[in-house]
Ligand binder design. Sequence first.
Ligand code: GUN
Ligand code: ZN
Length: 447
Amino acid sequence: MRISTDSSPLLAVRGEIVHFTDDPFAHGADACVHFPDGLLLVRDGHVLDCGPALALESSLPTDARRVDCSGKLILPGFIDTHTHSAQTEIIASHGEQLTTWLETYAWPAEARHADPAYAAAGAGFFCDQLLRHGTTTAMVFTTVHPASTEALFEAARARRMRMIAGKVLMDRNCPESLRDTSSEGDAQSRALIEKWHGRERLAYAVTPRFAPTSTEEQMRQAGRLFGEAPGLYLQTHLAEQRAEVAWAMWLHPGARSYLDIYERFGQLGARSVFAHCIWLDDEDRLHMAAHGATMSFCPTSNLFLGSGLFDLGRARDFGLRVGLGSDIGAGTSFSMLQILNEAYKALQLVGQTLTPEAGFYLATLGGARALYLDSYVGNFLPGREADFVVLDPHATTLLGARMSHASTLAERLFALMMLGDDRCVAATYILGEPAFQRDVSVRSQNL
Ligand code: GUN
Ligand code: ZN
């Protein structure tokens, strides 16, 4: 291929490239594309091509901007399908299960984000944490306050990140200061949709927190709104803990199951993303699959809150869309590598094995498919938005030692997902521009 020189300068990033064109659960090793010495070509923020460096190098125009990432891995940016921007400050808070954890830690934190200046500082910090951990796309709960949603969209826009977010709807069973009314919540959501949905790389998610904190009226309005505008998302929590399921069923006595509550109110569909999905039955899975709904698997949160063990194998049996979620602040890490670490262990406990290829697929293309974004992000096919992460497989002395005994790509990816974290993220690129670069001095402190 001869690369034309007639538009903006070409970026040529050289390193070991790994990405997925399909699902390794279904298609095995063929789904993984690997160029040990590869070149990723980017123009105008989009992937132009990627392939072996030796084949592409000779056709590069002389003015190409070259970035040498030799010795490092280049992967599509990670995709976090469930998290909470206003809970960053209470990550790693000791000792409770879901409802007491919400009352003790999450809700007081969220109340602080009523203040627009506080919300803006928190949103900026949250986005910077995503970037330093290699995450370039996220689906996010803010708080009940529209100012917190405004702040997050502003912060994501300033960083040119892909972000799906929504203002929390909750009009009962929560503190007064965090309560909206069904009509207020609806009007505020509509105003935010009008301003942000479809703007640049942003999209809106109607966000009923979970069935126990919304009245029937609010649930009905949320379902109606979700159905109104094309491309709108809906995000909520589903079947995370057994006591929560019992509570939801007690509040909605006619429902067949917890999922059925959402379905009755028109909240089950393509682009509905349900976090956790632990305590479900096969009828629920069937309904979710038939509607094209998504499950967000949040292993660090599920283990931290003692929620239970997600059944990935069963979700796969039903052909469900599954992504990974950090679920900050019940989740204990922004790092997709650490999330894979805990996903692996949680799956071991139910007799399932997560291969490294399947793990990195879930963190990239799988997440993009889960969010219906795979025509934009998730891999390096030509035309995709050039969001990528540069991982240093020798970022720590322990990783370096392990790598010297790893011969295959799978072994090295597995070591990265078990031993890696933000120290491995050498750089994160958004639309072909560096959005985070790890300072050499910072790196040496972590060795
Ligand atoms: N269920 C309802 N709200 C929340 C939340 O903020 N975090 C988690 N983990 N579960 C929830
Ligand atoms: Zn959550």
